[in-house]
Design a protein around this ligand. Structure first.
Ligand SMILES: [Zn+2]
Length: 376
């Protein structure tokens, strides 16, 4: 046994689980020559089974569970490891090697990128740039480990691989949503009750629920309106981590601004009322629900350089200003000072005042009347 190849069992399990969850089976099947893959409904695909003469697609693929099954021959079925073993006619170890080598962009753990397969220089350069930028963010505000992991940001051809998972909620009537939601919808109903969101708001922001992760999933879009990541909000209040940002794939927290792609469409409003910056998702949901569609969320309490660049560009173009509306707590007030100092030389910044009410410490706590009072 070669000691350098030995890994603790636990680490192998983690890597295998990560691969199983994160490497899209659709991409694996494509790479192994499966053709005619078509999406029949969100997250569901059909393809021609290569193991027999197949004229009407018999291979059913469930992208959410990341498994497939040929309903005719039953030989091609299971997870990414099973299909790689079947189609490559090989054992488990070889299948893992193949997947590691060809799908390293989907795996974040370092054990999954063997030193023997260096990344192409262009991607490595961009990844380094992202790392430097993200670690520079860590200086102004400590970022949690899972938020500043190196990101495989340099693969635009993979955009669109993350599907909108919100279709289930569009199929149920409002009465059922509030009073008798199915298990996969109930966490969304509970979140809506907790935050005072309407059924329309939950649908509009494309929220869904992942049973596997026990988290409400919030799709994050890039400026072109493509989903670049799903942020998981805890469903269990005892879960230590409130928001989980994906470590892998395309989401760059320091680049994207939540709901910026829609703000870009509302430039008339921004011209008239400014561009409002809030920290969190639920602040933004509440403001939009109250009609303030000139609002975007930073997803934390500072602005990263790329976020700043986009904000300044848009505000200048609209000849407008910033309404800085962070949380009224220590972190928010520090962020307010820092962001103001950074932006004020480029664009006008107006800080939104809080009412003298100890219960109101975040934009989402403002009533409709309180919002009107500060914005008019
Ligand atoms: Zn078949």
């Amino acid at each position: 046994m070669n000691p350098t190849k030995w890994k603790p069992k636990e680490e192998l399990m983690d890597e295998k689980n990560e691969m199983k969850k994160n490497i899209p089976i659709v991409e694996v099947l494509k790479s192994l020559g499966v053709s005619g893959i078509v999406e029949t409904s969100p997250g569901r695909f059909k393809a021609l089974c290569p193991l027999h003469e197949d004229h009407s697609p018999s291979l059913h693929i469930d992208a959410e569970k990341n498994v497939c099954n040929c309903v005719v021959c039953g030989k091609l079925k299971g997870d990414i490891f099973s299909v790689a073993m079947t189609l490559k006619k090989t054992g488990f170890g070889e299948a893992v090697k193949y997947l590691r080598k060809n799908f390293s962009a989907y795996i974040s753990s370092p054990s999954a990128s063997p030193a023997s397969s260096p990344k192409p220089p262009a991607i490595e350069q961009v990844a380094n740039h992202v790392r430097t930028e993200i670690s520079s963010l860590g200086v102004v505000s400590p970022v949690r480990k899972e938020e500043n992991a190196p990101l495989a940001a340099a693969q635009p051809k993979l955009y669109g691989a993350i599907k909108d998972r919100s279709s289930k909620i569009h199929k149920i009537p409002e009465e059922e949503f509030w009073n008798n939601p199915p298990p996969l919808i109930a966490p969304l109903r509970n979140l809506a009750r907790e935050k005072g969101l309407t059924f329309e708001t939950v649908k509009y922001f494309g929220l869904s629920y992942s049973q596997q992760e026990n988290r409400v999933q919030i799709p994050i879009y890039n400026d072109q309106g493509e989903i670049v990541g799903l942020v998981g909000r805890r469903n269990n209040p005892e879960d230590e981590i409130k928001y989980k940002f994906p470590q892998e794939r395309f989401l760059r927290k320091g680049l994207e601004i939540y709901w910026f792609h829609e703000a870009l469409k509302n430039q008339g409003l921004i011209k008239k009322h400014g561009l409002t910056l809030v920290e969190g998702f639920s602040d933004l949901w509440k403001l939009w629900q109250n009609g303030y569609k000139n609002t975007v969320a930073l997803m934390w309490n500072r602005t990263a350089p790329d976020q700043e660049r986009k904000i300044v560009e848009l505000v200048k173009e609209c000849k407008s200003w910033i309404n800085l509306f962070l949380d009224n707590n220590e972190a928010g007030r520090l962020g307010q000072v820092e962001i103001t100092e950074r932006l004020i030389t480029k664009i006008p910044v107006r800080v939104i005042p809080y009412p003298e009410d100890p219960q109101v410490t975040e934009p989402e706590h403002f009533s409709g009347a309180q919002l009107k009072a500060v914005f008019n």
